[in-house]
Design a protein around this ligand. Structure first.
Ligand SMILES: [Zn+2]
Length: 403
């Protein structure tokens, strides 16, 4: 195995290397073609945008995204040779530029393949240019912070520290400090990145202000961001210190003031319960756990003089951590969503209004309201059906759909 990896990294002829990289890109395009065919078939058969969009989401989440990760890892092996020569700069390029370029090439190609089908199903009109801009922004927002943290940690390793405990503390402190910094700085730019402007409707602003007064929460700035072309109905809250509430104009255009109020009351719930800070602390807990277990393994080896098998060591180190930051984190998110819904009812949103607001959100986004149990475990939000059931349970109100 080690020999094989060594061969791939160093000894493979350059021509073959190039062909393999092309092959990695083509696999991703091919998969998107199959997805497009399958989703079109579902739409043709059911004539239901919800079912087609749901099928597409499932393919995107469980096949295409995983495939992209796997091919990026393979790509990094194929190109490692060219970057190990260039020291620190090479390493930084390797960690940020290469994944970014690859993700852009793959995703722009996939977008070109699926775009027409998606537009036909959902009736969206967003230009290709804007969609590509959104892709680039999303990847930059993930890769740049990760790249900066990686780079600083790399330089920090060169500082000579006497005590091992101190070294561990530094290793933990850098990513944690950087995560706090990014969470403080980035929300400042979100309105600009989303091309948001101050919420225009003064009446609505007054209505929403009341929610903050009622909740006893520091008042937020309200923004609206343009999503009519891509038909995204959503509201979100950002900012650890100065909260900003962003509402998509596609939702504003299609929802009643009382429904908008209900959805924002949910966002106020996130603020009241300090959910943004708690998410950050959850991740900090993960980093601490990782470093603690690492130190423990090292201590065991030093103390007993026995060496732990590399694969076993990695499994002990990464297994629980990966579980914690994936399924664990998602479960924590869903718990927060439930709490935020509860809070909206606590400050006086009528259960019926809350439920119609959630259903409208689902309808506008062509989102299915029910999810399979296993599927739901991989989502940031509980399904609309589950949220409605929860609202009915705590309020005692029974929703009758008017069909
Ligand atoms: Zn929420």
């Amino acid at each position: 195995m080690a020999n094989f990896i060594r061969f791939i990294i160093f000894d493979l002829p350059d021509g073959l290397r190039f062909l393999l990289i092309l092959f990695l890109i083509v696999i991703n395009y091919g998969a998107e073609f199959l997805v497009k065919r399958s989703v079109s078939k579902v739409y043709l058969k059911t004539n239901s945008p919800e079912e087609a969009v749901n099928k597409l989401r499932i393919y995107n989440q469980y096949i295409l995204a995983i495939l992209q990760i796997v091919t990026i890892v393979a790509l990094e092996f194929l190109v490692a040779k060219y970057f190990t020569l260039n020291g620190k700069t090479g390493r930084i390029l390797f960690m940020t530029l290469i994944p970014f370029v690859f993700l852009m090439v793959v995703n722009i190609g996939q977008l070109l393949i699926i775009n027409k089908t998606y537009q036909r199903i959902r009736g969206t009109t967003e230009s290709l240019f804007n969609q590509i801009r959104d892709l680039a922004l999303t990847f930059l927002l993930i890769l740049v912070p990760a790249g900066i943290i990686g780079t600083i940690m790399f330089f920090a390793r060169e500082i000579k520290v006497e005590s091992e405990a101190l070294e561990n503390i530094i290793t933990a402190a850098i990513p944690i400090t950087m995560m706090f910094l990014f969470n403080l700085i980035l929300p400042f730019f979100y309105p600009k990145l989303l091309k948001a402007v101050a919420l225009e409707d003064a009446g609505l602003r007054g209505l929403l202000d009341q929610l903050f007064v009622k909740a006893g929460v520091k008042r937020a700035q309200f923004y609206q961001w343009p999503t009519k072309g891509k038909k995204i109905a959503n509201a979100l809250v950002v900012g650890l210190v100065n909260p900003k509430v962003l509402i998509s104009d596609y939702y504003l255009e299609n929802a009643e003031p009382a429904e908008i109020e209900a959805i924002i009351a949910h966002e106020v719930g996130h603020l009241k319960h300090k959910h943004l800070l708690k998410r950050l602390l959850y991740l900090v807990g993960g980093i601490c756990e990782l470093i603690f277990v690492g130190a423990l393994l090292e201590w065991y080896e030093n103390y007993t003089g026995k060496e732990i098998n590399v694969y076993l060591g990695l499994a002990i180190l990464l297994g629980p951590f990966l579980f914690y930051i994936s399924l664990g984190l998602l479960k924590y998110y869903r718990h927060q969503e439930k709490k935020a819904d509860e809070f909206a009812l606590e400050i006086g949103v009528q259960p019926e209004v809350m439920i119609t607001a959630l259903l409208k959100l689902a309808r506008l986004n062509h989102m299915t309201t029910k999810l399979k149990k296993l599927d739901e475990r991989f989502q940031t939000h509980p399904s609309t059906a589950r949220r409605i059931a929860q609202i009915e349970k705590i309020s005692g109100y029974k929703y009758e759909s008017k069909h």
